[in-house]
Write a protein that binds this ligand. Structure first.
Ligand code: NAD
Length: 495
């Protein structure tokens, strides 16, 4: 594996607290396993309460100085961090493939998206400014100021372990807060390597920290009195729990949840293009993406032709180890998750959907212990089926027939989730209606995946998001600061 030097001699992940690496005394933890080979890569301990407290206390102390450090000074370590991320992109991507299972190209793509957020946050001296007005009232000038709030925590999922921490870290520290990351326990090595680069970038001690662990760690972080706010990304039940418990504890909170995303294929669409884009949206990263479009609402007139093209695209998708050449799709994160996806496929068969392509029998030569599956395609899916309603988070895509555009929009909007949706069409009128009426936070026309750039916010609606301010861009500046109004009255005594 690409080297993570900060692991202990026996290969255990460490916390990064108050500017230094800290081994954990915890007796609780789990192995980090390569999903493609079954090889154990490391061990991640679940931090003890005193280790969590130490991290928050150091962050709280650091905040007292960092909050009044000039903004130009605050962004200097971020510029260095950005250059280090560029320089070490390949070794970060290699670690990411090994602990997560996605392909090298996908890993590089996600790191690129993460780095973009560092770049945007470097513009904080302009972005953090607020309005002011001379002569708001007689002899009174008035202005609004943004002030940092304290210690912010981000709790992140397994599926984008390189990118999602960077939705938060750069903005939190640029705005003058201190920041603590609790990465997914399933793939914590990229975060460990990112923090080696944080260390090299030279942030003041305690401004940026890393605490490893699982559910108990999350709950302890939420309850800590010196934590000002929580950002969460993960599954909907946990997002709802984090949102409710953090709000009850008086914290500022944003919680992004799971998804079930729809694609509409119009009778006017370019079907070859739509089939290729839909397949890669559903199956890239082995379907383990919150933006994966896996329910396809196809106009009746083009349904059969589109179904053939989608199966053809699925047949061409190469599955294998993410570090090997020519691989389109890697492994699923754990054998348990693979089993869960297989159960969804069985449910689809039992519910009466037609199995147009079965990905269950695939084995990858040389990687017989890997959690591999090929793309699975269902036809004749109806909106009431479990496979049309619940997040599968695997390479499974289901086609449903719709009579017209009205039925497609109605079906899409009946979903309890609202993360993303796509439309393939050659009609401007359909595109315009989609933009106005589709109930999802990320919308794309003639693109398979509605992934926003870092200078736009990233967030869903309905059961895909709990809170109001989303990740990335300007929303992060609002989330990480409080607004205060400043009024000055200086009557001119000479008059
Ligand atoms: P998860 O909910 O299992 O875990 C996410 C984080 O929560 C991890 O850090 C984990 O340690 C912690 N956690 C797990 N169970 C907990 C509990 N009971 N109490 C407190 N904390 C707990 O999610 P995952 O499997 O790592 O990630 C996949 C999910 O994330 C999918 O549902 C996917 O759609 C979603 N996701 C959403 C977005 C988005 O922007 N909406 C982005 C990426 C992933």
């Amino acid at each position: 594996m690409a080297v993570v030097e900060s692991l202990t001699a026996d290969g255990t992940v460490q916390n990064y607290v108050n500017g230094g690496w800290r081994p954990s005394d915890s007796e609780d933890g789990q192995d980090v396993v390569n999903p493609a080979t079954g090889e154990t890569l490391a061990y991640v301990p679940f931090s003890t309460e005193s280790e969590i407290n130490e991290a928050i206390e150091a962050a709280h102390t650091a905040f007292q100085t960092w909050r009044s450090t000039p903004v130009e000074e605050r962004i200097q370590p971020l510029f260095r961090f950005k250059m280090l991320l560029e320089e070490h992109q390949d070794d970060l991507a290699e670690i990411l493939v090994q602990e997560h299972g996605k392909t090298f190209a996908e890993a590089k793509g996600e790191l690129r998206r993460g780095i973009e957020n560092v770049e945007v946050a470097c513009g904080i001296p302009s972005m953090m400014q607020s309005g002011s007005l001379l002569n708001a009232a007689p002899n009174i000038d008035e202005s609004a100021v943004r002030r940092p709030l304290g210690v912010f925590v981000a709790i992140t999922p397994f599926n984008f372990p390189g990118m999602i921490p960077l939705w938060f870290l750069p903005y939190a520290v640029a705005t003058g807060n201190s920041f603590v990351l609790k990465p997914s326990e399933r793939d914590p090595l990229v975060a460990q390597r990112l923090f080696e680069l944080v260390d090299e970038a030279g942030f003041p001690d305690g401004v940026v920290s890393l605490v490893n662990g699982g559910a108990d760690t999350v709950n302890a972080l939420i309850q800590h009195e010196d934590v000002a706010g929580i950002s969460f990304v993960g599954s909907t039940p946990v997002a709802r729990h984090v949102y409710e418990s953090a709000a009850a504890a008086g914290k500022r909170v944003q919680a992004q949840g799971g998804a079930k995303n729809h694609v509409i294929v119009s009778d006017s669409a370019n079907l070859d293009f739509a089939a290729k884009k839909t397949l890669s949206s559903a199956c890239a990263c082995a379907g383990e993406r919150c933006l994966a479009n896996d329910v396809v609402l196809v106009h009746d007139d083009v349904y059969d032709e589109f179904a053939d093209k989608l199966v053809e695209a699925a047949d061409a998708f190469q599955v294998g180890y993410g570090l090997d050449e020519g691989v389109d799709m890697g492994a699923l994160i754990t054998p348990e998750h693979e089993q869960r996806v297989r159960e969804f496929i069985q449910t689809g068969i039992d519910e009466g959907a037609t199995l147009l392509r079965d990905g269950r029998e695939l084995t990858v030569e040389g990687y017989e212990d890997g959690n591999f599956m090929g793309p699975t395609v269902f036809g004749d899916v109806t909106p009431d089926m479990v496979i049309a309603r619940e997040e599968i988070f695997g390479p499974v895509v289901g086609l449903a027939r719709v009579a017209d555009f009205d039925e497609a929009i109605e079906t899409l909007n009946a979903s309890k989730f609202g993360n993303a949706a796509s439309l393939f069409t050659e009609r401007g009128s359909e595109a315009r209606r989609f933009r106005h009426e589709a109930e999802a936070g990320n919308l794309a026309v003639n693109a398979g995946t509605a992934a926003p750039m870092a200078f736009f916010h990233f967030g869903g609606q309905k059961d895909s998001f709990f809170g109001d301010l989303h990740a990335q861009g300007e929303d992060m500046i609002h989330f990480y600061t409080d607004k205060a109004i400043y009024i000055e009255r200086w009557p001119d005594e000479s008059m």
